[in-house]
Structures are given as C-alpha cells and as structure tokens.
Design a protein around this ligand. Structure first.
Ligand code: URA
Length: 203
C-alpha cells in the first residue's frame, strides 16, 4: 500500500494495489518495488524525470540517488525544497542497467496509466518541468534534449517547461557548470509561470 500522504491520482486512490502490483510492461520482473511520485500534494510545480535508478528502486522514492542529490542543490539555488514540490518519473520501475530505451513498452504504457492521472489529481498544479528528453518527449514529441531545454508549452491546464536532466550535469565533464545553470534557469522560468517569482527578480 502507498502511504496516504503520497496517494494521488484517481486509480491510485481507489486501487493502490493496482499500482504497487502493476505488470503492464515487463519491468515488474526486475524491480524491488514500484517507485511512486513523492512530495506535496498541494504543489504548484511538479518535476518529471525519466525512471528510477538503483537507489530509488531500493528506497522507493524518486530522485534520491546521485542525480537527485545534484538536483537538490539546483533547487537550493532558487530557494525551493523538495517538500514544496511534486517529484515523479515518466516510468515508475527501474529498467535493468538504467536503459529505458531497451523497454519501449514501459514508456508507451506507464505515463498514461500512472503519471497522467497523478498529475491530474494535483489540484494546485500550475507548472510541470520535464527533466530531460525522455519526459520531455511526452509533451514535446520529436524534439531533441537540447531543444526541449528551452521550450515551454501551455496545455490549457498547466504550463510545461523543458529542462535538461540533472544527470546530464553529472556526466557532461567540463560543461557541468553551464548545465547546472541551465537547469536552474528552467526552474526559475517555472517559478515565474507558477507566480512564485517576480520576473523582476529573475536573474
Ligand atoms: N532517479 C530518478 O528517480 N529518475 C531519474 O530519471 C534518474 C534518477
């Protein structure tokens, strides 16, 4: 069962065991557990990354491994803490070797089944920030990661803001400072769209 403060999304509320026991794609065979979205159900901002890695699979919370720790520092730079926001993944089970491309069924099924209803149930949600090309592809199909990082789109319900994935800052060698800065700028754009930051103070 999901802890009640993390339960959101109509199907998650009415039948949480369907989520924790999901076998809609082949990833269930290798997971330690399904990793639900986590955070504040009154959040105005949600972040959507790709899929759980090893740490997330073991502990059951998104973005707590090395990329997540990097992401915490990026949030800190704009005065946001993870308890203020919603954190989720496009896919909720860890793919072997963290290679989601090898399991196309997961990306074809998991977001519609679990991410969309979860985001839809966050009543205060104003902005979704997509971290990287996988989550970005859900709202900006066909765009490359570098293009997604500078895109924004109003769906009518929320504004979707593109960003690099925090792991890109970990693995991009000498460029990491500028990737960190680009992610911070995407978060600042999201704060402006969510009316949490005045444009005048956005440096
Ligand atoms: N951890 C997550 O929860 N998601 C990612 O995309 C990467 C690491």
């Amino acid at each position: 069962m999901l802890p009640s403060d993390m339960t959101c999304g109509s199907l998650l509320q009415s039948d949480p065991d369907a989520f924790t026991g999901c076998q809609s794609c082949e990833l269930w065979q290798w997971r330690t557990q399904v990793v639900p979205g986590h955070g504040n159900i009154d959040a105005k901002i949600a972040f959507v990354a790709e899929a759980p890695g090893r740490d997330e699979d073991v502990k059951g919370e998104p973005l707590i491994g090395p990329a997540g720790q990097r992401f915490d520092r990026q949030l800190e730079r704009v005065g946001v803490v993870r308890d203020d926001v919603w954190l989720d993944n496009a896919v909720h089970c860890r793919p072997p070797n963290n290679d989601l491309r090898a399991y196309p069924n997961a990306l074809a099924r998991c977001p519609d089944l679990w991410l969309t209803p979860t985001l839809g149930s966050l009543e205060s949600l104003k902005v979704v920030i997509v971290l990287g090309a996988t989550a970005g592809g859900l709202w900006f199909p066909g765009e490359k990661a570098t293009a997604i990082a500078s895109l924004a789109r109003n769906t009518g319900k929320v504004v979707v803001v593109g960003s690099f994935h925090p792991s890109y800052a970990l693995w991009s060698g000498g460029k990491w400072n500028s990737i960190d800065d680009a992610i911070v700028r995407s978060i600042q754009r999201a704060l402006v769209y969510a009316n949490l930051l005045e444009v005048a103070t956005w440096k």
